[in-house]
Design a protein around this ligand. Structure first.
Ligand code: CA
Length: 226
C-alpha cells in the first residue's frame, strides 16, 4: 500500500511518516501544495492524506484537482480547523474522511485502515449494473426501466455492492459500511437483508445480479460484464 502525505508542518509530518512506516506502508511526503499535487498526479496512490493549510496550493485545491482528474483514490483531510462549513465543503468536493488536529496517531491509523479496506469509491450519481440503474441523488432504483421499492437499509446495501460491480464484499465489510459502528448484532443480519433485496431485485428477472460467493460474501454483477 502506497500513501502520499502532504503536510507542511515537518514535525507533524515526521510523526505520521514514522508511524506509517512502522505499519509497513510505503509513504511519500510533500511539504507544499504544488509538489503534493504533482506527486498525486504522477503516481497511483492507495490513499492520500492532505493537510488543508499549505503553502502553494491548499489541501482543498489539491482535492479538487485530483477529483477533476476523476481519480477515485481515498482522500483523508487533516486540519487544524474544525468549522462545520469546511468539513461540508470538503466532503462535497470528494474527501472521504476528515481528522481535526491535534489527533492521536492511533485514530489516524484506524481511519487509514478503514479507507484502505474500503478502497476507491465510485462517486458518479448514477450507478449501472446490467439493466439495473441506481440514482444516488434521488435514491431511485430501476431494473429494465421498472421502479423497485427498497427500504433504507436495502438501498444502502445495494448501493454499496454496486459501487464496485463484480467485487466480492465480505459480511464484515458490509456490516461496517451499511450498519453503523455501534452495531453489535450478528453478521447473519447481512444474509437476511440480502434475501430481501434478492426477492425485490432478482426474483422476477431471468438474469440474477446479486451473487452469493460461498464462504466469502456477496457481489453484484451482470454476467456479461465479467
Ligand atoms: Ca499546514
Amino acid at each position: 500500500m502506497r500513501i502520499l502525505l502532504v503536510e507542511d508542518e515537518k514535525k507533524v509530518a515526521d510523526i505520521i511518516v514514522r508511524g506509517l512506516k512502522a505499519e509497513r506502508y510505503a509513504v511519500d511526503v510533500c511539504h507544499d501544495g504544488q509538489s503534493g499535487w504533482e506527486m498525486a498526479n504522477a503516481y497511483n496512490y492507495d490513499l492520500i492524506i492532505l493537510d488543508l493549510m499549505l503553502p502553494g496550493l491548499t489541501g482543498t485545491e489539491i482535492l479538487e484537482k485530483v477529483r477533476r482528474k476523476n481519480s477515485l483514490v481515498p482522500i483523508l483531510i487533516l486540519t487544524a480547523r474544525d468549522g462545520m462549513g469546511d468539513k461540508i465543503k470538503n466532503f462535497e468536493t470528494g474527501a472521504d474522511d476528515y481528522l481535526t488536529k491535534p489527533f492521536a496517531f492511533a485514530e489516524l491509523q484506524v481511519r487509514i485502515k478503514a479507507l484502505l479496506r474500503r478502497g476507491p469509491v465510485n462517486r458518479s450519481s448514477v450507478l449501472r449494473v446490467g439493466d439495473l440503474e441506481i440514482d444516488r441523488l434521488s435514491q431511485n432504483v430501476k431494473r429494465a426501466g421498472k421502479k423497485i421499492e427498497l427500504t433504507a437499509k436495502e438501498y444502502s446495501l445495494l448501493e454499496y455492492l454496486a459501487t464496485q460491480p463484480g467485487r466480492v464484499f465480505s459480511r464484515t465489510m458490509i456490516i461496517e459500511h451499511v450498519w453503523d459502528q455501534s452495531f453489535q448484532g450478528l453478521t447473519n443480519i447481512v444474509d437476511v437483508y440480502v434475501r430481501h433485496l434478492r426477492e425485490k431485485l432478482d426474483d422476477s428477472f431471468p438474469v440474477k445480479l446479486l451473487r452469493t460467493v460461498r464462504g466469502v460474501g456477496y457481489s453484484l454483477s451482470d454476467e456479461t460484464q465479467t
